[in-house]
Design a binder for this molecule. Structure first.
Ligand SMILES: [Zn+2]
Length: 356
């Protein structure tokens, strides 16, 4: 698949945490040209580009899953209580269209019901919506109809009902799940561009399940690949529409964000400096950030003593149904990763440990 089509297909793929089947399948199709591709029983995919290569083991990572919903219970009137898979702001949900994957594997359109103003008290109109007061509604009028005719049951998963579009002139994508499918796309492209190059390292790839519920899948891939260092691709929250100018650290069209700090990790300072130096030398635009929230798979893997950096592609309105990201930022992320992998030789990686 060509890059734009690949990004669109990845964005559209159904894959909330724990239900990554379609995304794993798509990734494996894109990795067909590589010999050493594996998938474990948890839908974690790994690939080794040059298993006979020498040098440090460099693992690229992106997560397959997206935030979504899971049906908790079906009410007598046919609507459904739900919980979130990953963190979603309740205020972003009312009136959103979702698709529920039913027990037959088909997707059913549903809406998150919002009480019309006609039935709401003044107090209700002012109150912030709460998940426990919302329901998914697929148009059913009874519990039996939801189960028997729509084939939806408890634990049926759901994702936003959004189809990705691309504006060629503005190099702009609109769609869902760019966290982390734009990262998945960047990782696939990086592997393809490095396939026939002579590398100073062993290039490994991890495509991990269940990041949004606590960085779970990446640990399986870590055990499988035992990397020396990790480069974590992410779709990261763009902050250019609601932060004061001096606080903007992840704007669209300004390159990927290299994160120094979030609540899950203090980024390895020597690896981070190396990455920023390479970006400057190669004239690849990057942004730097210090985040008061957030967390990534790197947060899990650095606890194993593996230096990690995060390359985040800015995504506006992350963890909601409708998001933007740009081809420019994706391109710069791929270009940076391609340069970093070619520079991560044994001496460089040793230098992350010893002061020279
Ligand atoms: Zn993510």
């Amino acid at each position: 698949m060509k890059e734009i089509e690949r990004i669109k297909a990845l964005s559209d793929a159904f894959g909330p945490s724990g239900f990554e089947d379609d995304v794993a399948k798509l990734v494996k199709q894109e990795l067909k040209e590589f010999e050493h591709v594996k998938e474990d029983k948890m839908r974690n995919v790994t690939c080794v580009v040059n298993p006979k290569g020498k040098g440090p083991r460099v693992m690229l990572d992106a997560h397959l899953d997206e935030v979504g919903l899971i049906v908790q219970a079906i009410k007598p009137n046919g609507t459904m209580n739900f919980l979130t898979l990953g963190r979603i702001m309740p205020a972003n949900l009312p009136s959103s269209s979702f698709k529920i994957r039913n027990k037959k594997g088909k997707d059913v359109e549903a809406v998150i019901a919002a009480k019309p103003p006609h039935f709401s008290s003044a107090k209700e109109k002012d109150a912030l919506p709460q998940i426990e007061n919302m329901v998914l509604d697929c148009g059913s009028v009874s519990q039996e109809m939801t189960e028997k005719d729509f084939h939806i049951g408890i634990a049926s998963p759901a994702v936003p009902n959004v189809t990705c579009t691309y504006d060629e002139e503005k190099r702009l994508f609109f769609g869902k799940a760019f966290d982390c499918r734009i990262g998945v796309a960047a990782e696939i492209e990086t592997l393809k561009r490095l396939k026939n190059k002579k590398l100073p390292c062993v290039l490994q790839a991890s495509f991990a399940s269940q990041e949004e519920v606590g960085d779970r899948g990446v640990y399986c891939n870590y055990k499988e690949l035992q990397p020396d260092v990790m480069i974590c691709f992410e779709g990261c929250p763009a902050d250019d529409t609601f932060q004061e100018a001096h606080m903007v650290q992840a704007a669209m069209y300004k390159g990927p964000m290299l994160r120094h700090f979030d609540v899950s990790m203090i980024t390895h300072p020597r690896f981070q400096k190396f990455a920023l130096d390479v970006a400057r030398k190669k004239k690849i635009p990057v942004q730097e950030s210090v985040r008061s929230g957030g967390g990534t798979n790197a947060g899990r893997i650095h606890l194993e003593g593996v230096p990690c950096i995060v390359i985040g592609i800015p995504v506006r309105y992350i963890h909601s149904s409708n998001c933007y990201c740009t081809l420019d930022d994706y391109d710069a992320a791929v270009n940076l990763a391609v340069e970093l992998v070619q520079a991560l030789d044994a001496k460089t990686v040793d230098g992350f440990q010893f002061y020279n």
